[in-house]
Design a protein around this ligand. Structure first.
Ligand SMILES: NC(=O)c1ccc[n+]([C@@H]2O[C@H](COP(=O)([O-])OP(=O)(O)OC[C@H]3O[C@@H](n4cnc5c(N)ncnc54)[C@H](OP(=O)(O)O)[C@@H]3O)[C@@H](O)[C@H]2O)c1
Length: 327
C-alpha cells in the first residue's frame, strides 16, 4: 500500500539564487516540509553551491537549474512546472559598486521584471519577492518617533541623490513588483528583512555575515550602526514560507526582530566571545528608528532571542575557522 506521503502530490516551487545565504535556508526549510524545489544558480558546478546537494531530501527533491537574472529564458526554464516562486537572488554589494548600473541596478531591476513576466507566463499561484529593509528606511520625511510600517518607503529620489544605488534598486524593484501584481493577474507578496544573521549553510561568506565577522574580529565600531535591526536567517526563512502558505497573506511585509541598542549588542557579544573587544560606546547616541512588524506577527510569525542568533553565528564562524578559537 502506498503511504499518504506518496499519494499526496508534492508541490513544486522555485527559489532563485538558491546557493546564497538566505536562499539556502529557504531551500532547506522547503525540502524539510516535502516541497520539490527548483533552485536557480549561475553555475551548478561551482563548489560554492555544493552544500545544497547535502541538504536533507535534496537527492530526491532538489533540482538545480543554471539561470541568470538577466536571461529571461533561463528563468522560464527553471520556473516551468512550479506553482510558487521565491525570488531571492540579487547582488548584495558589500560597499560602493564601481559600476552601479551594471553591478546593481540592472540585475535587480531587470531581474525582478524578468521574474514577474516569467511567473505570469507560467501562471504560478504566488510569487514571494525578497526585498529589503533598505527599501523602507531611507525616508527622511517619516516621523522619528513613529515606528516604520509597511506604508513607509525609501525615497527613491533621495537614494538617487545620495548614490545609495542598492537602496534605490531594491525600492524601485519592490514597488514595481507590487504595482505589476495590481495590474496583472499575479499574486505577489514582498517581504523586507532587516540585516540577516545566523549560521551559514554555504561555504563562502556573504555580505551581512561579514558585518558581524568584522565587528567580532576588528572591533569595528562603524559596523555596529548596521546591527540595530537584525533578523535571524532561520526566522526569516520561516517568515517567507509563512507568507507563501497563508492564503490571507497579501501585499508587503516588514520582517525584523525587536531592535537592539549598540551597547546591548556589544555586551551580548562579549559574553559569547570573550576575545571580542570593542571601543567604549560614544554616549548620547541618537535613538534609532524602530520597525513595526505586527502585520507579519499577526500571521503567526515569532522570533528567537538575539542571544541564540549570536551564539549560533559565533559557533559557526569558529567551526569554519573564520574566527580564532583561542581566547
Ligand atoms: N543578508 C541580508 O542581511 C539581507 C537583508 C535584506 C535583504 N536581503 C536580500 O535577500 C536576498 C538574498 O541575500 P543574501 O544575503 O542571501 O545574499 P547572497 O548570499 O549574496 O546571495 C545572493 C544570491 O543572488 C545570486 N545572484 C546575484 N546576482 C545574480 C544574477 N545576476 N543572476 C542570478 N543570480 C544572481 C547569487 O548568485 P551567485 O552565487 O552566482 O553570485 C547568490 O546566490 C537578496 O535579495 C537581498 O537583497 C538580504
Amino acid at each position: 500500500m502506498r503511504s499518504e506521503r506518496e499519494i499526496v502530490e508534492k508541490e513544486r516551487v522555485c527559489v532563485t539564487g538558491a546557493g546564497g545565504f538566505i536562499a539556502s535556508w529557504i531551500v532547506k526549510l522547503l525540502l524539510s516540509k516535502g516541497y520539490i524545489v527548483h533552485g536557480t544558480v549561475r553555475d551548478p558546478s561551482d563548489e560554492k553551491n555544493a552544500h545544497l546537494k547535502l541538504l536533507e531530501n535534496a537527492t530526491e527533491n532538489l533540482q538545480l537549474f543554471k539561470a541568470d537574472l538577466q536571461d529571461y529564458n533561463s528563468l522560464c526554464g527553471a520556473i516551468a512546472g512550479c506553482t510558487g516562486v521565491f525570488h531571492v537572488a540579487s547582488p548584495v554589494p558589500a560597499g560602493r559598486a564601481a559600476n552601479p548600473e551594471v553591478e546593481v541596478i540592472e540585475p535587480v531591476m531587470r531581474g525582478t521584471r524578468n521574474i514577474l513576466m516569467a511567473c505570469s507566463e507560467i501562471k504560478v499561484k504566488r510569487l514571494v519577492v525578497v526585498s529589503s529593509v533598505v527599501s523602507v528606511i531611507k525616508n527622511p520625511d517619516w516621523p522619528k518617533d513613529q515606528p516604520m510600517d509597511e506604508s513607509c518607503w525609501s525615497d527613491e529620489e533621495h537614494c538617487r541623490k545620495t548614490e545609495n544605488w542598492y537602496y534605490f534598486a531594491k525600492s524601485a524593484s519592490e514597488r514595481e513588483a507590487l504595482e505589476y501584481s495590481k495590474k496583472n493577474d499575479l499574486d505577489v507578496i514582498t517581504i523586507c528583512p532587516s540585516v540577516a544573521l545566523g549560521p551559514m549553510l554555504q561555504s563562502t561568506v556573504n555580505s551581512s555575515s561579514m558585518i558581524l565577522i568584522k565587528i567580532l574580529k576588528d572591533g569595528c565600531e562603524r559596523m555596529l550602526n548596521f546591527v540595530r535591526l537584525v533578523v535571524d536567517v532561520r526566522d526569516f526563512a520561516e517568515a517567507v514560507l509563512l507568507v507563501y502558505e497563508k492564503p490571507e497573506a497579501e501585499g508587503r511585509y516588514l520582517c525584523s526582530a525587536p531592535s537592539v541598542e549598540r551597547q546591548d549588542f556589544v555586551d551580548k557579544l562579549k559574553s559569547i566571545y570573550p576575545k571580542f573587544s570593542c571601543l567604549p560606546m560614544t554616549p548620547g547616541e541618537e535613538k534609532g528608528q524602530e520597525l513595526n512588524c505586527e502585520k507579519l506577527q499577526k500571521l503567526g510569525w515569532t522570533t528567537r532571542p538575539l542571544e541564540e542568533t549570536l551564539l549560533d553565528s559565533v559557533q559557526d564562524y569558529l567551526e569554519k575557522e573564520i574566527l580564532d578559537k583561542h581566547f
